[in-house]
Each structure stands twice: as C-alpha cells, then as structure tokens.
Design a protein around this ligand. Structure first.
Ligand SMILES: [Zn+2]
Length: 171
C-alpha cells in the first residue's frame, strides 16, 4: 500500500514516480528530470549541510554536498525530490529555497521534514521491490548479511536500509 506521503503526490507526478519505483537502484536523476527538476549538482557546500533545493526563475535545482558518501547523497537527492513533490510552495516562498543540514532539518516545520524523509525512503527503497528481493533471495529472513546486500542493491547506506526494514517489521 502506498504511504501517506506518496498519496499526497499529484496524480501527474505519481504516475512518473510509480514507473521509476519499479526497478532498483531507482534512477533518481532521470526521475528528477521527468518531474521537472532542472538539475542535480554535486557541489561544495559548507560542512553540516547535506543538500538544498531552490527555485531560481522557475528552474528547480538540487545541490548535494560533494563531501558526503554517494549513498548519503542519493538519500539527500531523494529528500530534496520529496520536498519538490510535496512542498513546492515552501521552496517557492524562500529566496534560497530549502537547505537541509545533516539531520535533515532546515528551519521548516518538523512535519515537513518528517514527510520528506518518509517519502525519500520510499523513493530510494521502494518497499514492494525490497519485499520481492527479500523473499526471492533470502527466503524473507532479515540478517546482517541481508541488510548489507539490500543496501548495496538499492545503493543506500546500511543504516538507511536497517531503518527501512525495521519500520517494515512493525507493519
Ligand atoms: Zn528537508
């Protein structure tokens, strides 16, 4: 069942997102382009900042900190894409858009960051695909090795996959 956040995405974007969530690792760059983000830049950003999304004259640009690990950058891109999909009004209302620190806090209300993190997890770790791979390759058994292997397949950090699987276990 799609998450609450995914259900808030406009139908037009939802169709595109669904298409990308059908294979892993999810191609975030192509997804971004197709939903109307003009560019993703790996940039020099000050320490403590993970990412940013801005609207400059109608062009949405995502920046991620070049000093962070690639898996981390992927999650950050997904987080900024989630802001784009859910919180465009917030991005548009601020001259420098939304800037997220390493804890994915931006000064925007906590609910907004919570939503962006939930949707970001969905974008880089689609549960349906995880479940499929989990049952096909690991007989549904979650171990340290399983988590590592899934993290590698989805190109996310082991910590992110661990959190994803723990929320799954609660459902
Ligand atoms: Zn954020």
């Amino acid at each position: 069942m799609p998450s609450r956040e995914l259900r808030k995405v406009s139908p037009e974007h939802k169709e595109i997102v669904d298409k990308y969530l059908s294979e892993y690792p999810v191609k975030l760059g192509s997804l971004a382009r197709e939903i109307g983000v003009s560019g993703i830049k790996v940039s020099s950003m000050r320490t403590g900042v993970s990412g940013q999304i801005t609207n400059k004259n109608g062009r949405y640009i995502i920046r991620v900190n070049r000093n962070e690990a690639r898996e981390r950058q992927r999650f950050t891109i997904a987080h900024e894409l989630a802001h784009y999909l859910l919180h465009r009004h917030v991005i548009d209302s601020l001259p420098d858009g939304i800037t997220d620190n390493v804890l994915y806090r931006s000064g925007a209300p906590e609910r907004i960051e919570y939503e962006a993190n939930r949707l970001a997890a969905e974008l880089v770790m689609p549960m349906e695909l995880i479940e499929k791979k989990l049952s096909r390759d690991f007989s549904g058994v979650v171990t340290e090795v399983t988590i590592e292997s899934l993290a590698a397949s989805f190109e996310v950090s082991k910590a992110a996959m661990e959190i994803r699987l723990s929320t799954y276990a609660e459902v």
